[in-house]
Ligand binder design. Structure first.
Ligand code: PMP
Ligand code: GLU
Length: 395
């Protein structure tokens, strides 16, 4: 029998970030020593008190379903966190999800249908495109690479890309894959366009806790934005909890009602004892988070210095744990005779095969000509990775 699959799923590729990481793991299983700078995953253990809170919760019998939107204690803790950032949401404006990814999926599917127009700021995280495509939306993409990935100088381009037909803009600051943190002035520019053309904005703030010397602005706090902003966040990055699958969305009541239907019919709820651990993560991890962010900052500086020594010019980011390397010098690119700036795929494949260093091609994020590295790895491995890339002629 031949199964017939929907255009919805056949029109998208699997997550490139997860696929490359799986390839790196396969090579490792074959006995190769791979420096995996592909997947965006903190390399620290989850803070001990969070683990203990989950254990205690499990022991206490928190193993059944919870209310679909999440346990009140966690929704209240999330509302307090959002209020601390200047957003005026209550617990009822929050849905707790198994990961930020699920939150994005629910919001996009609640807002976007066939023919709706969604704008991305490129390079943009891989799953936005796939989620919008699966919802039937059409994409319009604004390339921020000519502006060192900053949004403020790209506002005119964004103004050209949006219109009264625009339904949704997705903003991710600090950004995956660039690490850029958008200035308040840039976000005010976004606000002006969103209000003028009356569209909704998703503000994906999953890297908000991970910044270096700058204070990120939460888009929904800007005047005129509360009613049109859906704030998405998750516990994976700030608290090193990728495998726990915990995140949330917060927004106006009408959005919560509609997205809540998707939520209750798909995942029912996030894992009960994981939600209890989430309260501990929000309330008692300031020191652990500061320590991890300090380590990421030192690694960012190390990578930037090592690249500068090699004469590689990169935009040094203020947040997250990613950096975009230019791939125009890729040996394979020149060998194949292709336009070098579009051959980032060959660069990444070659870097994995020749140097055993795993990175993600910029084209997976809509921006050819770059490879993303995640510097959430030890200083020793980062040095090793860059040495190998230099040794094999990739830098
Ligand atoms: N948004 C961005 C920008 C991300 O990089 C990730 C990483 N996976 C997510 C959302 C979702 O993360 P998670 O589902 O682990 O919360
Ligand atoms: N967000 C991370 C990354 O970009 C994790 C993998 C994924 O979910 O795409 O590498």
């Amino acid at each position: 029998m031949t199964m017939h699959f929907t255009d919805r799923v056949t029109s998208v590729e699997p997550s490139a970030t997860l696929a490359i990481s799986a390839l790196a793991s396969e090579l490792e299983a074959e006995g190769e020593d791979v420096v995996d700078l592909s997947v965006g995953e903190p390399d620290f253990p989850t803070p001990e008190n969070v683990v203990e809170a989950a254990e205690a919760s499990m022991e206490a019998g928190d193993t059944g379903y919870t209310t679909s939107k999440g346990i009140p204690e966690l929704r209240e803790a999330i509302a307090r966190t959002l209020q601390g950032d200047g957003l005026e949401w209550e617990a009822d404006n929050v849905i707790v999800t198994p990961g930020g990814k699920q939150a994005l999926y629910e919001v996009i599917h609640a807002l976007i249908q066939e023919g709706d127009e969604v704008v991305l700021l490129d390079p943009a995280w891989v799953s936005y495109e796939a989620m919008v495509t699966m919802a039937g939306g059409s994409l319009s993409r604004v390339d921020l690479s000519p502006y060192d990935f900053q949004l403020e100088p790209g506002l005119d381009d964004l103004a050209d890309a949006v219109s009264d037909d625009t339904d949704l803009l997705i903003v991710n600051s600090p950004s995956n894959p660039t690490g850029a943190v958008y200035s308040e002035a840039a976000l005010e520019g976004v606000r002006d366009l969103a209000v003028e053309h009356d569209f909704t904005v998703i503000s994906d703030e999953i890297y908000k806790e991970i910044t270096y010397g700058v204070e990120p602005t939460s888009l929904g706090t800007l005047e005129g934005m509360a009613e049109r902003t859906v704030t998405v966040n998750g516990f994976s990055k700030a608290y090193s909890m990728t495998g726990w699958r915990l995140g949330y969305l917060a927004g106006p009541q009408e959005l919560i009602e509609q997205a809540g239907k998707l939520h209750s019919h798909s995942v029912s709820c996030a894992v009960n004892f994981v939600q209890h651990a989430g309260v501990e993560a929000l309330e008692n991890t300031d020191d652990a988070v500061a320590e991890m962010v300090g380590a990421f900052e030192a690694r960012r500086d190390l990578v930037a210095d090592l690249l500068a020594e090699e004469g590689v010019d990169v935009a040094v980011p203020d947040g997250a744990f990613y950096m975009m390397l230019p791939t125009s010098e890729a040996p394979r690119a020149s060998e194949s005779g292709d336009e070098p700036r579009v051959d980032d795929q060959a660069w990444c494949e070659g870097a994995l095969e020749d140097a055993h260093v795993a990175t993600v091609p910029g084209s997976a994020f809509g921006t050819p000509g770059y490879a993303r590295i995640s510097y959430a790895a030890s200083e020793e491995r980062l040095r090793e990775g860059i040495e190998r890339l230099v040794g094999e002629g990739y830098l």
